[in-house]
Design a protein around this ligand. Sequence first.
Ligand SMILES: *Cc1c(COP(=O)(O)O)cnc(C)c1O
Length: 496
Amino acid sequence: MKELLYKSTRGEAQPAAAAAAIIQGLASDGGLFVPEVFLPAAGGLADLAGLTYQELALRVMQPFLPDFTGAELRECILKAYDSKFAAPQIAPLVSVDCGHFLELYHGPTLAFKDMALAILPHLLLKAAGKLDIDSEIVILTATSGDTGKAALEGFAGVDGTRVIVFYPENGVSAVQKRQMVTQRGGNTHVIAVRGNFDDCQRGVKAVFGDAGIRASAACRKMLFSSANSINIGRLIPQVVYYFSAYLQLMVRGAVRPGDEVDFAVPTGNFGNILAAWYAKKMGLPVRKLLCAANENKVLADFLARGVYDKNRPFFVTRSPSMDILVSSNLERLLYEAVGEDGLFTGKLMKQLDNAGRYEVGAEVLAAFGSFFGGWASEAETLQAIREVFASSAYLMDPHTAVAWAVWQKYRQQTGDNTPAIIVSTASPYKFPGAVLQAVSGRREEAEESSLLSSLSRLTGTPIPPSIEILDSLPVLHRTVCHQEEIRAQVVEILGL
Ligand SMILES: *Cc1c(COP(=O)(O)O)cnc(C)c1O
């Protein structure tokens, strides 16, 4: 059998095996790696239904990673999805009157980024081993919140890796900051930057592009890598929970094997929903994928009219992880939609870089037929949290609420009553201010810790232990620097 390779969406780079694609992250022509073919998971739905999450992960991920042996992949999976997840099912499906919620937030940082970042370090190390790279892997990341902490947790204590996170000093929430500065693990480094997220991002990108620093790192047997969501090592593990959700629904008798379901996905960088599309391409019976945006609704507009235009006001919303105007992973779907024409995809991406805009015709847009683009305003998001809590005593975070609200609009517009699964991406306790305001009906100005206890009291739900202990953990990272000092910080930390 021909081994599955990954080709670039820009069409100029040589196809790479999975291990090389994971190590490189981005293809050499600037494109993203996509699998050449989609193979079905081993076993029919009825066979898969009895498996544990870890066994299922092996069946779903193996076709994407043919250069990993079953034993290697199993080892990665068992190290990732263990007791650091508070739910034994890893991604439990919770059914209430108001809908079926796929909870992806039971990992150490209480957001869905853990689903991929818990396993990425292990995939990276195995991939490096296959390519005879014996360097230490140094992850450099600029973060606006959820990714940084999930990367720190994923890589902390993993031998052969080191992780350095830069975050904007005043640009993350109090809980997010506290989560990062209390991070344990001798191989973790957290630095606040006096500036915004873009300043952090620019500083980190400059280090990646600095041949001098890369060369001296190479001399000391260190290899820079990023934990960015464009890495296929982050995408592939996300396909698993779509299968898991379907199988959980099947086991409880809500669908029969083969019946179609819809997924409503709160979307920012388009990684999570793309994984759902990949699950469909592997044979999971999916009808529609509801791509749910907040007021930064660039994707909803694109899916409606074929014009992707980031020249628009940027809104800071209560669902900050979706405050994104350039959804990087859309390039992978676009490449399929234009008939896998890499040069054309590259041209559109260049237009996006230069003019902030590109446009596709009706025949290209038709290839997105499985996607429905919708969005929810800030008021609709809080209203959704209030409504679902009132009718089902189920508490959603603002990101999940955007998806639920879009699902309601979709049903009203189309009359489609296919069973739907709402993808739930964060614990409501990560955003206590917004959730408390939604449920209580008034805006509370208080310290984060008192918001947490008010929310718990009002809703009768427990504060997750990993958030409750944050106040008592010692601060271990105090370094603050300017954007121009990011390079010097990396040099000092690594002893280059
Ligand atoms: C990152 C994130 C999203 C968006 O996911 P994408 O894969 O970027 O579309 C949604 N919700 C939460 C809580 C997130 O952290």
